[in-house]
Design a protein around this ligand. Structure first.
Ligand code: GDP
Ligand code: ZN
Length: 348
């Protein structure tokens, strides 16, 4: 089969492509990104090229040139999973995975359920725009934690839950059947959750010729690197990105509302509009906790993520202010002095 069809190229992508790029530009899909370099699946096989700037695994890109190909840009992304860059004072987003249709939140059955982690991962999953799916792994070990399946179904709040065992082969066909032709399923979950085993079990022999790619670097040396997109046939793809294993949220308010809609609905019932839901009289959140209608753990899980996003926005504002430079500082300084003046005036 044509390489690009294996990597999920469809008529829709073809149409978008001719709309966005001039004729002569060839299509490709990013199968891995690596500090300034990318691996691209093309009609000529897998190429190792320079990054055109912030490409993500799963991006559809345009390639120009005969002989030496150059990435000229990427198509608009249908979905995008991003995270906050680690150690970045300016708080910029890092694109992790693009054009994923399904996001599998992987939960292993060989240990107690981490509800906070499940909620956080679902927030990120909803926020990407892809359809979330909870994938329970290691079902053959479930007897040790009998309640985990039921608890996960309960906590997932309507998100579809599939049970699998890479070891025993259970549930694999059902999961494979959920990934339509030309669709990409990315797996999100902690290390040790069974993602690689699941990918190997689903890809079977295909994994052997897709797992590693021999490429030539600029100096003619051969290197081997793992692809992060694994074709399953029919253009169905599994995405395994190490960066997806655990990460800080980025602008995920929509995802937060999807997962915690019931909590946010309570706010309207608080007596004070600016209620901080701590100890104010007439707080609907505290009332719901006291009445046993809202778990305190769930409230704290929500508040932690909400504060994380608020602090992200404060840092974004600071970064924004720096960009505006001195003019902004003058205005900000004047505003601060004015506020200071008002405060003193009030006190005095
Ligand atoms: P990853 O870090 O998420 O990629 O997890 P791995 O696929 O490497 O699996 C972590 C461990 O769990 C390994 O020791 C696997 O052998 C084991 N494991 C994975 N899937 C299953 C399963 O279905 N059943 C059992 N019993 N063990 C599994
Ligand atoms: Zn309140």
């Amino acid at each position: 089969m044509n390489t690009l069809l294996q990597y999920g190229f469809t008529d829709r992508i073809g149409a978008l492509f001719s709309f966005h790029f001039p004729s002569g530009v060839q299509p490709g899909r990013i199968v891995r990104t690596d500090r300034g370099r990318v691996l691209v699946a093309t009609t000529e096989g897998i190429l190792h090229l320079d990054d055109a700037g912030s490409l993500a695994t799963g991006d559809w890109v345009g390639l120009r040139g005969d002989g030496d190909r150059v990435v000229v840009g990427h198509l608009p992304r249908s979905t995008l999973l991003q995270r906050k860059r680690a150690y970045d004072p300016l708080s910029e987003a890092q694109a992790l995975a693009a054009n994923i249709d399904l996001l599998g939140v992987v939960v292993p059955l060989d240990r107690p359920l981490s509800t906070n982690r499940l909620e956080r991962t679902l927030v990120a999953a909803w926020d990407s725009g892809a359809v979330p799916l909870v994938i329970l792994t290691k079902a053959d070990l479930t007897s040790r934690f009998d309640g985990v399946v039921a608890e996960t179904v309960d906590r997932a709040r309507g998100v579809e839950v599939l049970t699998t065992s890479a070891e025993a082969g259970d549930g694999l066909e059902h999961l494979r059947g959920r990934i339509g032709a030309g669709q990409t399923l990315a797996l999100l979950g902690p290390s040790g959750a069974g993602k690689s085993s699941l990918i190997n079990a689903l890809a079977g022999d295909a994994r052997q010729d897709t797992g590693e790619v021999r490429t030539t670097d600029g100096r003619g040396r051969h290197t081997t690197t793992a692809r992060e997109l694994v074709p399953l046939g029919d253009g169905a793809i599994l995405m395994d990105t190490p960066g997806l294993r655990g990460f800080a949220l980025w602008d995920a308010e929509d995802g937060l509302s999807r997962v915690f809609g019931d909590v946010e609905e309570l706010f309207a019932g608080c007596r004070f509009r600016d209620c901080s839901h701590e100890s104010e009289p007439g707080c609907a959140v505290q009332a719901a906790i006291a009445a046993g209608d809202l778990e305190e753990r769930r409230w704290l899980s929500y508040r932690k993520m909400d504060r994380e996003l608020a602090s992200l926005h404060r840092r974004q504002d600071v970064a924004e202010q720096r960009r505006y430079g001195r003019a902004f500082h003058r205005v900000a300084r004047d505003a601060a002095m004015a506020k200071d003046y008002r405060n003193r005036y009030r006190e005095g």
